[in-house]
Design a protein around this ligand. Sequence first.
Ligand SMILES: Cc1cc2nc3c(=O)[nH]c(=O)nc-3n(C[C@H](O)[C@H](O)[C@H](O)COP(=O)(O)OP(=O)(O)OC[C@H]3O[C@@H](n4cnc5c(N)ncnc54)[C@H](O)[C@@H]3O)c2cc1C
Length: 413
Amino acid sequence: MVFDGEGIMKVAIIGAGLTGLVAANELKDYVQVKVFEAEEVGGLVSSYFNDSKGYHIEKFYHHCFKNDFELLRLLKELRLSSKLVWKTVKVGTAFDGKIFSLSTPFEILRYPYLNLKEKVKLAMFTIKSRRKNYETFDDESAIDGLKKEVGEALLSKFFMPLLNAKFGENAKDVSYAWLLARVAIRSNRKLKGEEIGYLRHGFWQIIEKLSEDIDIKKEKAKIEKSRGWVVNGEDFDAVVFTAPLNELKINLNLPEVRYQSSICALIALKNPISDVYWINSIGTTFGAVIEHTNFMPFEDYGENLLYLASYTTPNSEFFMKDDKEILKIFLSDLKNFGVRDEDIAWSKVFKAKYSGPIYERGYSKKITPYRVAKGFYIAGMTSKPNYPERSMNGSIKAGKEVAEKLKKDLELD
Ligand SMILES: Cc1cc2nc3c(=O)[nH]c(=O)nc-3n(C[C@H](O)[C@H](O)[C@H](O)COP(=O)(O)OP(=O)(O)OC[C@H]3O[C@@H](n4cnc5c(N)ncnc54)[C@H](O)[C@@H]3O)c2cc1C
């Protein structure tokens, strides 16, 4: 334990998402830790518990990749590795409900919406993007970079629908660096398809284990500066802020980070709509259809589970709509996939106001350092390990690194 003049040092952690919980676990043997959580423990990776069927399912679809080393290490530490499963899933694209599996080179060759020349160009671009130093393209827009590299036709037919699905109205602002890095990560697939991972029965198990010995206050944190830091009226020697930066009400001269919002409808269906896990859906109000039970076994849930996912901005008209209205709009588009009202057992809408930074041009200069003032630390989605794509892995790494930095600073003080 680290002591100051008055006793054991006290650290407040704002946010009980993965970053906050990992930081709390790393710090708890050195200082007195208190975590403040405004909404739900687990943050973006929190789950919905289906009472009647007795299972947990993430409110927002989640899976992991083979190179998520920090996540794999954490699972080992928490003795959860045996629950991790890897599976080759099918991915595809749908135009107005007509689904094309694009999981294998053979299926891509048969895809009717691109000609052979465009397919070859796409393959070459994918290979090239893995070799590019993406950081040098941070100030260029994805649209400009793609126009130069693959041309207008492939941009409008292939990339624009994907960018629109992922970033909604902010697609035009996204940096080429983000796109290159993302293509490099996601194109690393085997001949028979993409292999992804899942913690059987849900990632909530990580959250549960990480929360075990942590003092979590279910309160929205209000931070004030005095001799040290005051959180909800209590004095602390240091603060680790892991919530979205918009929630930070004190001025620390940080650059403004724009966030996007996510809306996911979780739907239980009597029958699956396809055998594809991830469908990029073009021409619909949702950008992706994710059939969870084409990834994990149906028996784990006793029903077919599907997400309809859409990205927008916190103050958009769509985000402001109530759940009922959103569902109505989504379900009307889902009819294109042959789903009728009587096929739906139940449905729910989950919204995240700040679901990730918009990786716009110049974003890399906005990445937050861990220590921003004496005794004040920031970690989470705007930290280096979460660039160019925020992930569970990135937040775990950020949680570990900020704790390391804080421990070092306490030893030096
Ligand atoms: C739709 C969607 C799909 C995703 N899919 C994947 C995936 O497949 N694979 C993957 O690796 N990652 C995925 N992610 C990303 C992953 O969930 C996040 O990167 C990670 O969970 C972020 O953790 P965090 O702790 O940094 O932030 P958060 O989870 O946002 O935690 C911050 C916490 O702070 C709390 N908070 C906010 N303000 C206050 C306040 N004033 N006082 C107290 N508490 C406050 C919030 O309630 C929240 O719980 C996905 C995210 C979304 C939205």
